[in-house]
Design a protein around this ligand. Structure first.
Ligand code: KIV
Length: 276
C-alpha cells in the first residue's frame, strides 16, 4: 500500500465546520507543480479566474473561458492531495440562469475532480447558489469587490465605503449564506463591514483585502511570491521576490551561453568507450 492512500482530502464540509475552529489557510493555484508545493500548507486551493491576469496577461478576468478553468483545475488536482480544491466559474458561464450554471459547474466537477466551484455575486445569485447546492455542487460564494463586475463598478475599487454599499454587501453575504454556500470569500471590503458580516453569517468568511476577523485568509499566490508585479494591491504581503530571482537566473544563463561557459562537457551526451 502506498503512503498516498492514507492522505485524506479536506472536504467542503470540513471547511464549513471551521466557522468554529482553526483559521482557514487558502491560496490560489493554477498549475501542477505549484499545487504540489502549496498543498501541504493549505486547507483550500482556489483555481481562481485571476489566472487570466496572472498567467495570460489579460487586463481583467472577463476573457477567461470555461475550457481554461477546466484545464487548470485538472492540473491543480494532479498536484494537490490533501487540500480542498475549488474552481472558479468564469464570467458568462453561470449568470444567465441556474440551469446554465448547473450545466457548466457539472462539467467542471466531472472533468477536474475538484470539490466545488466558486461564483461571484450576492442576492442576485442566491437562487443559483441554492440550485447548485441542492444538486450536489458545493458553492464557495464571493462578495464585496467582484472582479467580474469591474465594468459596472467602474474599476477595481473597495466595497462597502458608503452606508448604502455596506448594507448591500452585508445583504449579499446573508443571501449567499442562506442559500447554502459552504463558505464566502469577501474581497476588497472595508474592515468594519467585514467584521459585521463574519458575525452575521453562520458560514466561514475567507478574506482577501478584508479583515483579520475573517474565519480564513486567501491571497493570489503569484502576488505573495513576487511573481506578478504589473499591479500589487495594498492588501498583499510579499513573502518572496521570485520575479527578481527569475530575472537574475535568466541573465546569468544568457551571459554563460554568450561566453560559451554553458553547456560544459558534463552537460553533453558521450559515446560509451567501446570495449572488446
Ligand atoms: O480569482 C481569484 O483568484 C479570486 C481570489 C482573489 C479570491 O477570486
Amino acid at each position: 500500500m502506498s503512503a498516498s492512500v492514507n492522505i485524506r482530502r479536506t472536504t467542503t464540509r470540513d471547511i464549513r465546520s471551521r466557522k468554529q475552529g482553526e483559521v482557514i489557510v487558502a491560496l490560489t493555484a493554477y498549475t501542477t507543480p505549484i499545487a504540489k508545493l502549496l498543498d501541504p500548507h493549505c486547507d483550500l486551493l482556489l483555481v481562481g479566474d485571476s489566472l487570466g491576469m496572472v498567467m495570460y496577461g489579460m487586463e481583467t478576468t472577463l476573457g477567461v473561458t470555461l475550457d481554461m478553468m477546466i484545464a487548470h483545475g485538472a492540473a491543480v488536482m494532479r498536484g494537490a492531495r490533501r487540500a480542498c480544491v475549488i474552481v472558479d466559474m468564469p464570467f458568462g458561464s453561470y449568470q444567465e440562469s441556474p440551469e446554465q450554471a448547473f450545466r457548466n459547474a457539472a462539467r467542471i466537477m466531472a472533468e477536474t475532480g475538484a470539490s466545488g466551484i466558486k461564483i461571484e455575486g450576492g442576492t442576485e445569485m442566491a437562487e443559483t447558489v441554492a440550485f447548485l447546492s441542492q444538486r450536489g455542487i458545493p458553492v464557495l460564494g464571493h462578495v464585496g469587490l467582484m472582479p467580474q463586475s469591474v465594468n459596472v463598478a467602474g474599476g477595481f475599487r473597495a466595497a462597502g465605503i458608503s452606508e448604502i454599499e455596506a448594507a448591500r454587501v452585508l445583504a449579499d453575504a446573508r443571501a449567499i449564506a442562506d442559500a447554502s454556500a459552504f463558505a464566502i470569500v469577501i474581497e476588497g471590503t472595508v474592515e468594519p463591514v467585514v467584521r459585521e458580516i463574519t458575525e452575521a453569517v453562520d458560514v466561514p468568511t475567507i478574506g482577501i483585502g478584508a479583515s483579520p476577523t475573517c474565519n480564513g485568509q486567501i491571497l493570489v499566490t503569484d502576488d505573495l511570491l513576487g511573481l506578478f508585479s504589473d499591479f500589487t494591491p495594498r492588501f498583499v504581503k510579499r513573502y518572496a521576490e521570485l520575479g527578481d530571482d527569475i530575472s537574475k537566473a535568466a541573465a546569468s544563463y544568457a551571459a554563460d551561453v554568450k561566453a560559451r561557459r554553458f553547456p560544459e562537457a558534463k552537460h553533453c551526451f558521450h559515446r560509451k568507450a567501446v570495449t572488446s
